[in-house]
Design a protein around this ligand. Structure first.
Ligand code: NAP
Length: 272
């Protein structure tokens, strides 16, 4: 899609909505082709001051934009759709960024025939390193998916998945940055335990995390192979790995991601 031909409205421009706005602007999307909506006037002023983006009310956004990107919290989605749903012409594309909510949640509240695309991105969008998974909901065609991809590609990588996999995606890459931050925090503490100054420990771990991530992406090697290359017989790394296995780190990750998936389902059930 050419960036000049459509107006995108970010409905409920909080943290994730702002990531999308700022990413689109960084990618050269014209600011006059962007709209945002917010609940609090102070938030609206902040967005305009920061990005020069026009903040309008929800119904004006529905009227003026061809693409409606809904970025409210899942628990606010029903009230929002009660307000705008009946007013959305069926030729507009609705993109949901809401964790857990199936596209059918939107379709039930939108006129018959409205295309819905469900998207799960993550906060590294702020540095153009997002992982964004895109799924077709009701009435969404290949062209709608391509349009959503065009919008999210400048923010990082994109992947198409069947909607049935989106709760798993939410648990893995949507929440994923938090797991890595926790790991960095814990490893920094480990460095402090061994007598390193906090900043030195932090810098060592952050660069090691970046190096490992780039190796994974660029070598295309299986992580086991990369780990084996660091794990010499009777060496230091295998001693550490034995402790990680003794403490059930692998099992903890499996259980943690499953818990996030279950929570995504619960949130969807509560949203109605
Ligand atoms: N945070 C993440 O890492 C992440 C990752 C992937 C997906 N998500 C999904 O992204 C969505 C947004 O999450 P978030 O962390 O960005 O939440 P957030 O910062 O609270 O943003 C939601 C925004 O929507 C506004 N809002 C609520 N109801 C509205 C309405 N009726 N009209 C206009 N604006 C309205 C809120 O306004 P007020 O500020 O005035 O309340 C707030 O600014 C969620 O559905 C979440 O599941 C989040």
């Amino acid at each position: 899609m050419s960036a000049g031909v459509r107006t995108v409205a970010v409905i409920g421009a909080g943290k994730i909505g702002e990531l999308m706005l700022s990413g689109l602007l960084r990618s050269g999307w014209p600011v006059d082709r962007l709209l945002a909506t917010a609940r609090r006037p102070a938030r609206a002023e902040e967005l305009t001051a920061r990005y020069g983006v026009r903040v309008v009310d929800n119904l004006a956004a529905v009227e003026q934009a061809e693409v409606l990107a809904v970025a409210v919290k899942p628990q606010d989605a029903a009230a929002l759709l009660d307000e705008i749903g009946p007013k959305v012409p069926a030729d507009k594309l609705v993109i949901s960024l809401c964790a857990g909510l199936p596209s059918s949640f939107f379709s039930r509240r939108l006129p018959e025939g409205t295309p819905v695309v469900r998207v799960m991105t993550n906060t590294p969008a702020l540095v153009d390193q997002a992982m964004t998974a895109i799924s077709a909901g009701a009435y969404a065609t290949g062209a709608h998916l391509a349009l959503a991809e065009d919008m999210f590609k400048p923010l990082g990588a994109t992947i198409r998945v069947p909607e049935s996999q989106q709760d798993a995606v939410t648990a893995l890459s949507g929440s994923g940055p938090a797991y890595f931050y926790l790991l960095v925090e814990a490893m920094t503490d480990a460095g402090i335990l061994l007598g390193l100054p906090r900043q030195v420990a932090h810098d060592l771990i952050v660069q090691t995390a970046i190096g490992a991530a780039v190796m994974l992406r660029e070598s295309g090697e299986h992580p086991v192979k990369l780990r084996e290359a660091v794990t010499s017989p009777a060496g230091t790394t295998i001693s550490a790995i034995r402790e990680l296995e003794n403490h059930g780190v692998r099992a903890a990750l499996l259980a943690a991601v499953e818990a996030a998936r279950d929570r995504a389902r619960e949130i969807a059930a509560q949203a109605g």
